[in-house]
Write a protein that binds this ligand. Sequence first.
Ligand code: GLN
Length: 534
Amino acid sequence: MPTKYVVVLGTLMSGLGKGVATSSILRILDFYGFRVFPIKFDGYLNYDCGTMNPYRHGEVFVLDDKSEVDMDFGIYERFLNKDLTGDLSITGGKLFSIITTKERRGDYLGEDVQMIPHLTNEIIGKIERIAESKKPDVMVIEVGGTVGDIENSYFIEAMRQFSLKHKTVFVNLTYVPTIDAVGEQKTKPAQIGFRLLLQAGIVPNYILCRSPTKLLEKTKEKLSLFGNVGIDRIVDDSDQPTLYNLPLHLMEQGFDRMLIKDLGLREKPIDRVKLAVWKDKVAKIIKPRHSANIAIVGKYTTLKDSYASVKEALIHAGSAADTRINIKWVESSSLEKDDLSEEFNGISGMVVTGGFGLRGTEGMINAARYARESGMPYLGICLGMQLMTVEYARNVCGLKDANSSEFDPGSRHKVIDLIESQRGIKQKGGTMRLGSQRCIITDKESIAYKLYGKSSISERHRHRYEFNNSYRKLLQGKGLRISAVTPDRRLVEAIEWTTGFGIGMQAHPELKSRLEVPSPPFIGLVQEALKFKR
Ligand code: GLN
C-alpha cells in the first residue's frame, strides 16, 4: 500500500503543543501496528539547530546519527520509543542550500529559479524520497510556525500540491480561549485561523482545539459550522494532567478509528499489551505513591525548554519508580556563594546539566561540592561531569586553580581540556563530538555498571572538551573512580564518587530516555533520592 500522510498545521500562535499533538498521532498509529515516521519542517534559515542558543530556541536535540535537530524530535522519540534520523528534519536552511547548489551546478540552466515550482518541487521530492527509503504506512508531517507566517508559507503551498498527488489528511491545531469574566469559550480566533488556512487552499480534516478546559458541545457546534468540518472531527485537546495522556485522551474521542478510516488504512486490532503498558506508565505519573524533590541546576533555567529532555527523563524515571518528581529549577549563577543549604533545603537529589561558556560555572562547581559533602545524590551531565571533575581536583586534590580550558585557558591545571581531534577546527556547525558513541564500563563495582547492568553501552554526545588524561592518575589516586571510557580507552566517559551516589557522564543520557524505556542514570538518581529523603 502506498504511504499515507498526515500534515499538522498550527494557527493563531506558537507554543500550542504541535509537537505533542504530532507525537500523539504517531503514538496512536503505532499502537495499531502501523509503521510511522515524523517529518518536521522548520522555516528558519539555519541549516540545523546546532548553532542556536538554547536560551532563545530551547534545547538542541541530538540524534544517533549526529544530527543536531529541533527539540520536537525529542518529543517524537519519547512518545514513539524509536530512534529517528536527521533526514526527517527539513529546514529552510537545508532547502535553500540545495537550491543554490543546484542552480550553480546548472541544473536549472535557462530558467529563473522560483519558490513555485522549484522550491516546492524540492520539498515534494524530498518527502517522496524519504517515504521510498523508509517505506512507512504513514508519515506525520509537522509544519513548524503558524499559518500566515512568511517562513513556512512555501512549505504549506508544497503540502497543498502534495495532497493532490498523495492521500493526505490535514490536522489544524488551534486555540480556543476562555474569557474569565463570562466563562465562555470563544471561537472567533480559531475561525480567523481557519480562514487563513482556507486562503492557503487547505481545508482541514480535523480541528484539534487547545484550551484550558474541556471543549463544550456548544463550542464544537459553532466551530463545526464555521470551520466546515463535521462535529465529530472537532477534537478536544484541552490541558491534560500529563502530556503523555494526550494519545489516550484523543482515543477516548474515537479519533483513532476516524483517522485510520480517513487515511484509507486497513483496519487492524490495537496492540493491547503496548497500550496497557502506556496506560500504566501514565497512571503512575498522574497518581504516584511516592514523591521526591529534585533540583535541576543549570545556566539556562529561565527558559525551561533548554532542559526539556532532562525534565522528561526525570518524569520517565519517576513513573518507573512510582514517584512524583517535583522539580526545583536552580539557576547556577545564584549559587556563587559559600552556603547553599537554603537552596537545597528539602531537595533529595540534583542534576547538574550541560552547557557552554563561563557564566554560572562556578555555581555548578559549588553545587557539586555541596552534593559530595552532604551525600546528596548527584548526576552530572556533560558540563555537569566536567565541573564535577574540576570540583574534585580543587577541593579533594588541592589543585586550587583547576578548571576547564573552556573557562580559564590560563589555568595551571586544565583538568578538562579540548579533545585532541577538536584542535584546529574552525567551523562551528556540526563539528562537535556528536551523536551516539559507544563506551565501555570498565569497573564492575561501579555505579555505572549497576545502573546499566552491562559493559558496553551507547549514549548520545555533544561536546568539544574532555577529561584531561594527564590528571587521570592523580585524581584516581585521591579516590575518584573512572568507570567508563571509549572503546580505544582514550576518552573518559564516566566518573564517580566512591563516598555516595555521585556520577558524572560525558554523554547526555537524557536524550535517549523514553516513557517506555527510562534512562538508567535517571532511574538511579530517583531511587537514590527516595533513600536520601528517608
Ligand atoms: N561546553 C562543554 C564542552 O563543549 C560541555 C558541553 C555540554 O554540556 N554539552 O565540552
